[in-house]
Design a protein around this ligand. Structure first.
Ligand SMILES: Cc1ncc(COP(=O)(O)O)c(C=O)c1O
Length: 372
């Protein structure tokens, strides 16, 4: 039986669809298919939403990270990356001529463990890629920022899960030197594929604009860097712009679904959830629960699909468990392993109905009880 409640699904309201179809018509009529008014509007509104002075649209979060690492001077040094991250957080460091150094996570925040940052930093460390995993900015964010600032390290926020997330009044992407976002199909804002760099550094803004268009200077037209065609075309900018107009409403719906899950799963034996302190706006890209280590998480995930039509899966594998990155397993990444291995994400997207959320939570409780 195919899952009747998918874990993630792109969402386009009726209003968004009308705006997008109208916009695509305008692009076709004008013939301006790249770096035109839609990219400009998207960047303006994205920067305003994030609280940064600039935003540069690009082809993916991965390219956004590549551009930022090059600008911030990672080459030749080490970059601290959490073991609970996406695979390209590691790849970008390698492509950028740096050595990725994996850091364990704090199980309460799913982000860098500040104590392990202290253990892993060396005189060669150039900076950090800080992942707001599942859409939560670490409640210990000030410790992470202080760690970077004290040592003069760059701090890139990987906001692929965290469009619109906030920590004590600061939006994801406005805390470090730059925020990198993904518009991949499952993300909080999607244009099929795409990404964004948000920053208040005008030199990074300029560098990113050159890098995304073959390294060409906007003033002279000369090729001044080895760039690529990493810009976001007008069609995708039009779709992403319509999504950004409704980002707050889409996050509010995700938060309402999360509240239903919280109520249904509170005090259920064998199931724990993340604590989100007051003052933190979780964007809920994913809604993870963590099963007791005695429970067979793989079997329960499978049973949710076959018995209830509820799609559920782990947040990610720890990156050092991916075949290509096994050499980065130094035996210290225990909390990342422990938390990710027993994580299970329930369906989360703006179109989920209250009844579907209640059914998914009830299915999880029933399957856990079978083994408890
Ligand atoms: C945390 C994180 N960073 C980066 C990426 C890469 O995003 P993109 O596909 O836009 O390059 C992803 C994609 O899933 C991700 O989850």
């Amino acid at each position: 039986m195919p899952p009747t409640i998918p874990i993630a699904k792109p969402y386009f309201s009726e209003a968004q669809r009308r705006v997008i179809l109208d916009g695509i018509g305008q692009i076709l009529a004008s013939g301006r298919v790249m770096l035109g008014p839609f990219a400009e509007r998207l960047e303006r509104d994205f920067a305003a939403h994030t609280g940064t002075r600039h935003a540069v649209s690009v082809s993916s979060c991965t390219t956004a990270l590549q551009i930022c690492l090059e600008f911030l001077g990672a080459r030749g040094g080490e970059v601290l990356v959490p073991a609970a991250a996406f695979t390209t957080d590691v790849s970008v460091a390698r492509w950028g001529g740096a050595k990725p150094v994996l850091v364990d996570i704090d199980p309460a925040t799913l982000a860098f463990d500040p104590d392990d940052l202290e253990r892993k930093v060396t005189p060669r460390t150039k900076g950090l890629i800080w992942v707001h995993l599942t859409g939560l900015i670490s409640p210990r964010w000030r410790e992470i920022v202080d760690f970077a600032r004290r040592r003069n390290l760059f701090l890139i926020e990987d906001c692929a899960h965290a469009h619109g997330a906030s920590a004590q009044g600061r939006r994801a992407g406005s805390i470090g030197d730059a925020g990198c976002y993904s518009f991949f199909a499952t993300k909080l804002v999607t244009s099929g594929a795409g990404g964004m760099i948000a920053t208040s550094n005008p030199a990074l803004d300029r560098f990113a604009r050159e890098m995304r268009l073959f390294g060409r200077s906007a003033e002279t037209g000369e090729v001044v860097r080895e760039g690529n065609d990493w810009f976001l075309d007008e069609f995708r900018a039009c779709v992403a712009h319509a999504q950004v107009q409704e980002l707050d409403a889409m996050i509010a719906r995700r938060q309402a679904v999360a509240r239903r899950y919280e109520t249904a799963l509170a005090n259920q034996p064998g199931i724990t959830r993340l604590d989100v302190p007051a003052g933190f706006g979780h964007a809920y890209y994913q809604y993870p629960v963590f099963l007791d280590p005695r429970l067979p998480v793989g079997e329960i995930a499978k049973a949710l699909g076959t018995n209830h039509g509820v799609q559920a899966k782990a947040i990610y594998k720890p990156v050092h468990r991916e075949a290509i990155f096994r050499a980065y397993d130094d035996g210290t990444l225990k909390e990342a392993e422990r938390m990710l291995d027993r994580s299970l994400c329930l369906p989360m997207h703006p179109a989920i109905t209250d009844a579907e959320a209640d059914a998914a939570a009830a299915a999880l409780v029933a399957e856990v009880r079978r083994h408890w």
